[in-house]
Design a protein around this ligand. Structure first.
Ligand SMILES: C[S@@+](CC[C@H](N)C(=O)[O-])C[C@H]1O[C@@H](n2cnc3c(N)ncnc32)[C@H](O)[C@@H]1O
Ligand code: SF4
Length: 373
């Protein structure tokens, strides 16, 4: 039995309520989207070695994790994707595939539907915007075909929209389209400033007032589509909810909380270089569990839980809640981006919240602003 599974240990308590693991299998991609948080593309290099990926799947089974996401980059470009998925499936893991939906032919769709228990496909808006944003003519039509084909085979499909200031008006359209295509869930997430998104010109990142508007629209859409498709909004939190439930900001010791929950982060991200991070690939690497080239996942978890790095993350979350949430001037917070930004500031302990629209990079002209919404 791995050390992390020994009943009563801190690692056992960490794992017992379930943990989601996300694997960045590759940085390669057939597309080169303007916003790509991992700067993937046809020329990008970096692939999680097969031995490390298989090791994570084995450990996930041994640790009782249960849910693993394959993402990237475009994971479907990996020649050994079916081998990895067959292995994970054989271990009894529930596998989710994140894809841009443009690479799968009929045989690929059949294989995916046999091996994966859920597939998330990105849709950035109607065809003209999607094809400009990714940017590749025809990629909207391909993604749509993939969604419909998977849904027809009974695979639960998630339609994912990254919401920018330019695509805010597409929220309802994407919700209705996802319902019509037979998706199970439509998932909205605001544009973050990672990777290529940091170089986008002005007019793409959501202003804080727009974030409030997005929250309200998603709630209204959820009500409207109640019987047709589930609707979620990721990476942001309502201030009122966080004030009442600090566990949702990982800022509760469990003593005062309604649920007596310590609200531990329950997501791990494995980057293509083998670095394992809690929560979000954009947290400062000093908060990482370690690298798979040094030790297998089970050992990284066992030595992380209760360690200084773990305590620092929890202390950071608590500090952000105390210092930023209470005084936040808007109804909604880009919670994950605040936490990641604070973790990366040079003196994370003292630095104020650092969430702002990124400065336009040299050469980013206002000219290419895409089709009108
Ligand atoms: C990195 S992609 C990998 C999977 C696949 N290639 C795709 O595009 O769906 C996973 C999801 O992250 C979204 N994404 C990429 N860059 C982002 C950013 N800067 N902020 C928020 N979401 C982003 C993509 O649109 C996609 O829905
Ligand atoms: S968002 Fe997905 S499809 Fe677009 S470049 Fe990044 S990995 Fe490729």
């Amino acid at each position: 039995m791995p050390e992390a599974r020994r009943p009563g240990t801190p690692a056992w308590r960490f794992l017992k309520d379930g943990v989601d693991i996300s694997l960045d299998l590759t940085l390669r991609c057939n597309l080169e989207c303007r916003h790509c948080a991992v700067s993937a593309g046809p020329r990008a290099r970096g692939e999680l070695p097969i031995g490390l990926a298989l090791g994570v799947l084995r450990d996930a089974r041994d640790l009782g994790v249960g849910r693993v996401c394959f993402t990237g980059g475009e994971a479907t470009l990996r020649r050994d994707l079916w081998r990895l998925a067959e292995y994970g499936r054989g271990l009894g893991l529930g596998l989710t595939l994140f894809t841009n939906g443009t690479t799968l032919d009929g045989a690929g769709i059949r294989t995916v539907s046999e091996l994966f228990s859920r597939v998330a496909v990105s849709v950035d808006g109607p065809q003209s915007f999607h094809d400009w944003w990714r940017p590749r003519p025809g990629c909207f039509a391909r993604a749509q075909r993939t969604i419909v084909a998977l849904a027809e085979r009974g695979v639960p499909v998630v339609v994912q929209l990254t919401v920018t200031a330019r695509s805010l008006s597409f929220v309802e359209w994407v919700g209705e389209a996802a319902a019509g295509w037979g998706a199970e869930l439509v998932s909205f997430a605001p544009l973050s400033s990672q990777g290529r998104a940091a170089r986008l010109g002005p007019g793409f990142h959501l202003a804080l007032a727009e974030l409030d508007g997005l929250y309200a629209r998603v709630l209204a859409l959820r009500g409207r589509l109640l019987r047709r498709v589930r609707v979620e909004l990721k990476a942001v939190k309502a201030k009122s909810v966080l004030l009442e439930h600090p566990c949702q900001a990982y800022a509760c010791s469990g003593h005062a909380c309604h649920s007596r929950s310590t609200g531990e982060p329950r997501e791990l991200t494995v980057r293509a270089d083998g670095t394992v991070l809690p929560l979000n690939a954009d947290l400062h690497p000093r908060l990482a569990l370690g690298n798979l080239t040094q030790a297998p996942l089970s050992e990284l978890i066992a030595s992380y839980v209760g360690s200084d790095r773990h305590r620092r993350l929890m202390a950071l979350a608590e500090r952000v809640w105390r210092e930023d949430v209470r005084s936040w001037p808007h109804a909604v917070l880009p919670w994950m981006e605040i936490l990641a930004g604070r973790s990366r500031s040079t003196r994370a302990e003292e630095a104020p919240a650092a969430v702002s629209k990124p400065e336009p990079a040299a050469g980013d002209g206002p000219g290419d602003r895409g089709p009108a919404p």
